[in-house]
Design a binder for this molecule. Sequence first.
Ligand SMILES: *[C@@H]1O[C@H](CO)[C@@H](O)[C@H](O)[C@H]1NC(C)=O
Ligand SMILES: *[C@@H]1O[C@H](CO)[C@@H](O)[C@H](O)[C@H]1NC(C)=O
Ligand SMILES: *[C@@H]1O[C@H](CO)[C@@H](O)[C@H](O)[C@H]1NC(C)=O
Ligand SMILES: *[C@@H]1O[C@H](CO)[C@@H](O)[C@H](O)[C@H]1NC(C)=O
Ligand SMILES: *[C@@H]1O[C@H](CO)[C@@H](O)[C@H](O)[C@H]1NC(C)=O
Ligand SMILES: *[C@@H]1O[C@H](CO)[C@@H](O)[C@H](O)[C@H]1NC(C)=O
Ligand SMILES: *[C@@H]1O[C@H](CO)[C@@H](O)[C@H](O)[C@H]1NC(C)=O
Ligand SMILES: *[C@@H]1O[C@H](CO)[C@@H](O)[C@H](O)[C@H]1NC(C)=O
Ligand SMILES: *[C@@H]1O[C@H](CO)[C@@H](O)[C@H](O)[C@H]1NC(C)=O
Ligand SMILES: *[C@@H]1O[C@H](CO)[C@@H](O)[C@H](O)[C@H]1NC(C)=O
Ligand SMILES: *[C@@H]1O[C@H](CO)[C@@H](O)[C@H](O)[C@H]1NC(C)=O
Ligand SMILES: *[C@@H]1O[C@H](CO)[C@@H](O)[C@H](O)[C@H]1NC(C)=O
Length: 749
Amino acid sequence: MALPARILALLSFGLIAGAAAGSMASLDGIYALAKRRVPTHAHFFSFSFSSGEPDSFVISDVPQGIHVDCTTVSACARGLYTYLTQFGGTDIWWTGSRLTSLPIRLPKVGTPVKGQAIVPYRYHFNTVTFSYTTPFWIFDQWEFELDWLALRGVNLPLAWNGYEYILSETFREVGLTDADIASFLSGPAFQAWNRFGNIQSSWGGDLPTAWINDQFELQKQIVKRMTELGMTPVLPSFTGFVPRALPSLYPNASIINGSQWAGFPTALTNVTFLEPFDPLFTTMQKSFISKQNEAYGNASHIYTLDQYNENEPFSGDPAYLANISAGTFASLRAADPDAVWLMQGWLFYAEEGFWTDDRVEAYLGGVPGNDSMLILDLYSEAHPQWNRTASYYGKQWIWCELHGYGGNIGMEGNLDAITQGPVAALHAPGSSMKGMGLTMEGQEGDELIYDALLDQAWSPTPLDLTTYVDKWVARRYLKSPLPSAAVDAWRVLAATVYNNQDPGTQSTIKPIFELTPSLTGRANITGVRSTAIPYDTNATVLVAAHRLLQAHRQNPLLGSVPEFAYDVVDVTRQLLSNRFADRYTALVDAYNATDATPASVSAAGEPVLALLDDLDALLATNEHFLLSSWISDAKRWAHGDAAYERLLEYNARNQIALWGPDGEINDYASKSWAGVVGTYYKDRWAAFVDYLVETKKNGTAYDDAVVQAKNLAIGMEWCNETWGTGKGETWGTVGNPFEVAQKLVKKWG
Ligand SMILES: *[C@@H]1O[C@H](CO)[C@@H](O)[C@H](O)[C@H]1NC(C)=O
Ligand SMILES: *[C@@H]1O[C@H](CO)[C@@H](O)[C@H](O)[C@H]1NC(C)=O
Ligand SMILES: *[C@@H]1O[C@H](CO)[C@@H](O)[C@H](O)[C@H]1NC(C)=O
Ligand SMILES: *[C@@H]1O[C@H](CO)[C@@H](O)[C@H](O)[C@H]1NC(C)=O
Ligand SMILES: *[C@@H]1O[C@H](CO)[C@@H](O)[C@H](O)[C@H]1NC(C)=O
Ligand SMILES: *[C@@H]1O[C@H](CO)[C@@H](O)[C@H](O)[C@H]1NC(C)=O
Ligand SMILES: *[C@@H]1O[C@H](CO)[C@@H](O)[C@H](O)[C@H]1NC(C)=O
Ligand SMILES: *[C@@H]1O[C@H](CO)[C@@H](O)[C@H](O)[C@H]1NC(C)=O
Ligand SMILES: *[C@@H]1O[C@H](CO)[C@@H](O)[C@H](O)[C@H]1NC(C)=O
Ligand SMILES: *[C@@H]1O[C@H](CO)[C@@H](O)[C@H](O)[C@H]1NC(C)=O
Ligand SMILES: *[C@@H]1O[C@H](CO)[C@@H](O)[C@H](O)[C@H]1NC(C)=O
Ligand SMILES: *[C@@H]1O[C@H](CO)[C@@H](O)[C@H](O)[C@H]1NC(C)=O
């Protein structure tokens, strides 16, 4: 039976949003959302379904208040959000919800307002976000996040929690022992890369069974809530990555070792892979998916599955690659006749050398049909791949904004690309683009650019950025009158720092102090760990810092707005980070000068160290920039068990410092947090300055191997430490953000 393409398109469009709740879609989740976020006004809001354009809504005045009519649950949430932001002048931010600041009497809508998504899928999360941002979250934090997402109209979030529970059950069923399984799973802060098949096993202690069970319970709550909010969770599946012991149980099965990842020793990588054409693969896939369906109640048909994310395939023969994907997809369909395979497309960019056009075509071509897959074009804002792969050869794909590498928080963004890019891609000839989304590695900071992409998903033409930014600031800072200086600050940032057109630095701008000290190779790096600053700090960040502080003097009430305090600290943080580059360059120059003396080197080292102390004091004033928050969130899961607490704290520290038992990806997930800057980074730079001074005293040559050995030793010790035992190690904030920022902008500006 051949349906006309137009009808097929509509069918798949309707299925998506309805898939979670099926024909039983209910508005209960939206009523509950309104009660949760605007308790004093919830009874004024009513919602209804009607048929019409997919993912559309109409907001109108009714005698009881405000009515939202919608065609999907997600569109109703977006309709509510449209009212709250555009008429209510409030919003919900990563730093907290201000939706309760609605005016007592709800403003009228007047002429009914319509909205419609321009794409059927609005996606959120990267597999690694589950390790960089959310690994230690409890349900309260998830509830908040899901409300943030639902209101913005996201309907396709990734849902990785609890994977290890279902996977362990599947492993046991094929005869693997608990010891086999324990030797495969990775620690609480490293699960994303175990799921990707990059690493196996753990360092610093096995993954506790209590963790596996607790995460499974958490996932039940998450999936249920996602479904209520009109979202289709993207659920895990069996990937083929298995414990080393499987070949001894199935000597005839096609099992190989994967490639080495990021310099890890073989015991922790070269993950064992059951090839998908082996019948055992399908057996395990069916087992996994049936257990998952049982646990979460058939919540989704969309499965995340990555085999070659930073893993090199066993063979580059296109026939082999097609065979792998064919077998993988067949296993999914054997387990779920409606299965859709979602994969991250990072590999096509990061390993472009391997993934030549013919190999991409063969791998994707092994999967029959075009609606069978959803590919995340992971880095669309800077390095799109859809345009070199003929729109993924017809497979469905999602335009994604990557960003936030390793959860680094340097300010960066490209507003032009994320507003114009997706609209252009959607209308490109032969486009099979079906969604837009956020695939940031770590979800923190830079909220403007994430909001802009999700808002763009509901606007058929590129957002008018001037108006957009002005309105965004007005509802972020709430206070009326809002000094124009506050708006100016954001106009400047939006036009410069957040409109970076240089693909070489479109990642995150990493401060030099977060890297191990060295005389060379630290300044002006481009690429993923960019330290090059692609704008003039004096004309951008410094101006914004002055304007925000000026606005605070003009209206001190701004001081009570948490987002304003966050922004003042964040902009000042960026200023000090950028200034560090100058102090570092001055230190290197002082050391290399022909007339350098121990005293001249020591003098050049002083501002380097003073800046780190100042930055630590600044960050300590805000709860969102604290190492202690990360550690206390981790330790909650131990329920007071001291040994378990140690394991969690070690995991939490190791990820953001050494990232591996011996610094395998040292400093990748570095953090500008109070408690990291003032202890870890300061110690490394102090040791560096001491070393430089000593070599001048001794008249010996600089030896980078000595410096790096010292850095590693400091890292090893730091990962073993316990927060709260050292001098000045407090659990909450210290100091007033505005006083500290004012002082430091004056000092370092
Ligand atoms: C593996 O294959 C060999 C040769 O075909 C056969 O003799 C043996 O029984 C098989 N082993 C298992 C465990 O299936
Ligand atoms: C995989 O690596 C392990 C550990 O080095 C080794 O014992 C095993 O033989 C390897 N397997 C294959 C199929 O190469
Ligand atoms: C690990 O992978 C690398 C290639 O990335 C390979 O050279 C090495 O032989 C592998 N080791 C094992 C034990 O499979
Ligand atoms: C899931 O779907 C299967 C097959 O349609 C059905 O047998 C099962 O009862 C469903 N399970 C749940 C928990 O809804
Ligand atoms: C994949 O390769 C295996 C082993 O060579 C073979 O048995 C199988 O038929 C192939 N499958 C497909 C779909 O080509
Ligand atoms: C795809 O688009 C990017 C960004 O516009 C561009 O840099 C790249 O050259 C394009 N690739 C191809 C093959 O056209
Ligand atoms: C998938 O899309 C490609 C490119 O548009 C098209 O050539 C192909 O016929 C489509 N396949 C199916 C099964 O519709
Ligand atoms: C980095 O680039 C800036 C601006 O181009 C330059 O002034 C500085 O000397 C460079 N730093 C190093 C260490 O190369
Ligand atoms: C930025 O301002 C600082 C402090 O006034 C000054 O030293 C520096 O030269 C300025 N940089 C540029 C690029 O104008
Ligand atoms: C400083 O000296 C080191 C060691 O001799 C050298 O490698 C480096 O290039 C020099 N840097 C600058 C900026 O002159
Ligand atoms: C400098 O010399 C002292 C005394 O010999 C020695 O202990 C120290 O390790 C030397 N330092 C460096 C950096 O060479
Ligand atoms: C860190 O702790 C581990 C486990 O207790 C221990 O083996 C290791 O030697 C310690 N390392 C340092 C540098 O303290």
